[in-house]
Ligand binder design. Structure first.
Ligand SMILES: Cc1ncc(COP(=O)(O)O)c(C=O)c1O
Length: 466
């Protein structure tokens, strides 16, 4: 079975992969930083020894300064609020080690469709069977009333009044609930939570002693949705949850939010450096997670290189002058191809427009499309695409919350996210993006033809969910 537009010998096009393309790795800046550190006896001695538990102090300072310049918040970020991490994934595990108790912490709520690779991190920490999906909505980005009801139900049946495992001086704060989400340019849905939803979510988290962990890993890559808008158009993305929490009256010593940041999308994932931006009390505890107490902050050497990249201004310039223009171009390219090739076939781009945003801002790595009702579920379309068209796309079933039957049911109900396909514009160059979208259009036309001929498509193809 071949594509209408291309010859038979074709390379795989992977619009599933959520990785930055190697051409866009910040190699030069990293090399410069490494050279500066490793050619200095003094700096290399400090960089190659065990690192301070909360991370390289100059990097804590340079991250704080950088974040204060990027996020317009009423209170600038200070170094006391920054704990250097080995990336958002590693830090999520550390946060759970320090601030959750596998019995006392009742439930983990994950906004669905969810970043599925977070599920095993929660499961590793003893939460198998207690992950619960919370649906997004099309306007404000989240079904908050659903979450409120789930919290009320969980409270009504809970019997534990205090932690039983994570006790004593090593664990001064254990949360009853965790809420995990990607509030800006979400992976996978591309959605952004409105300001009022963010405020309501923080208020709810405070009411139920929940810690909101937000993966804020795509925030630095944003541009106007409209391709004719000037480069420096004002962003309409609301403040981070952590900034809202800090600014709202009643902020406590520990806080109810942690911003999980990462250099993976702006330098390259192999750098394994990120940060937590949270209350100073939380930073002090996070720094003393057992493995950091023994081994020091886990990405110490590379932290020293990243610090040089921020202090020289390389990183800021690289983001503005290389990454944003490249991703912005690919995004417009992908959207144009979608509008020309997929929308006429009945596919719909699923974006939310928060009620409090006046100008649409696009960003991150992903766009999310829903299939028309006459087609089978996205996992079947993805299987045909891979098997017959050398095309990989991510499909709705991948993004259900592990172990939550409700999440799977919601995905599969009429109009549910099992009908959705996620496409990433970050991995491939523009010509491959165009070919990938063309192949997807060919897949849809092919499936429709097969259905017309009465073929049973689902039983001939399969694809792994995770
Ligand atoms: C939402 C989200 N969180 C975390 C990560 C991984 O971040 P890190 O490389 O910092 O562990 C990704 C990468 O795709 C992601 O999309």
């Amino acid at each position: 079975m071949g594509s209408i537009s291309e010859g038979p010998a074709r390379a795989l096009i992977n619009l599933q992969l959520g990785w930055p393309s190697p051409r866009l790795f910040a190699k030069e800046g990293l090399l410069k930083g490494a050279q500066e550190v490793l050619t200095s006896d003094k700096e290399s001695a400090a960089a190659l020894i065990y690192g301070p538990h909360a991370g390289h102090p100059p990097l804590r300072e340079s991250i704080a300064e950088w974040l204060s310049s990027v996020y317009t918040s009423s209170q600038p970020t200070t170094k006391e609020r920054i704990c250097v991490t080995n990336g958002a994934s590693g830090n999520l595990a550390n946060v759970l080690l320090k601030f959750s108790d596998p019995i006392y912490t009742r439930k983990i709520f994950m906004v669905e469709p969810t970043y599925f690779l977070a599920c095993p991190i929660f499961e590793d920490n003893g939460f198998q069977g207690r992950l619960r999906g919370v649906p997004e909505d099309d306007k404000e980005g989240l079904d908050l009333e659903f979450l409120r009801r789930e919290l009320e139900t969980a409270e009504a049946v809970a019997t534990e009044t205090a932690p039983t495992i994570k006790t004593g001086r090593t664990y001064p704060k254990v949360y009853k609930y965790f809420i995990y989400l990607v509030p800006t340019f979400s992976n996978p849905s591309g959605k952004t939570l409105s300001l009022s939803m963010r405020q309501d979510l923080v208020a709810l988290a405070r009411q139920y002693d929940a810690l909101i962990v937000s993966d804020d890993v795509y925030d630095f890559l944003q541009w106007p949705e409209d391709s004719s808008a000037p480069h420096d158009s004002v962003s309409q993305v609301p403040p981070r949850l952590v900034d809202i929490d800090r600014a709202m009256p009643g902020y406590t010593k520990w806080g109810n939010t942690l911003s999980n940041g990462s250099f993976s999308k702006v330098i390259g994932p192999g750098v394994r450096v990120g940060w937590a931006d949270c209350s100073p009390a939380m930073v002090l505890e996070l720094a003393e997670v057992g493995s950091s107490s023994s081994g020091g902050q886990p990405a110490h050497l590379t932290s020293t290189f990243v610090d040089k990249m921020l202090r020289s201004g390389y990183m800021q310039e690289f983001i503005s002058n290389t990454l944003i223009p490249a991703y912005r171009k690919r995004y417009y390219f992908l959207m144009k191809a979608i509008n020309e090739l997929l929308v006429p076939l009945g596919m719909k781009v699923e974006v939310n427009r928060p009620a409090d945003a006046t100008t649409a801002t696009a960003g991150g790595f992903f766009t999310y499309l829903s299939l028309p009702e006459d087609l089978p579920a996205a996992k079947i379309v993805a299987a045909v695409a891979f098997q017959d068209y050398q095309l990989r796309v991510a499909f709705g079933h991948m993004f259900t919350v592990t172990g939550d039957h409700g999440s799977t049911s919601r995905a599969e109900e009429k109009g549910g996210f099992a009908r959705c396909i996620r496409l990433c514009w970050a991995w491939h160059e523009e010509d491959e993006i165009q070919s990938g979208v063309q192949r997807l259009a060919d897949v849809i036309i092919d499936i429709r033809g097969r259905m017309k001929r009465g073929e049973d498509i689902g039983s001939n193809v399969s694809i792994g969910i995770r």
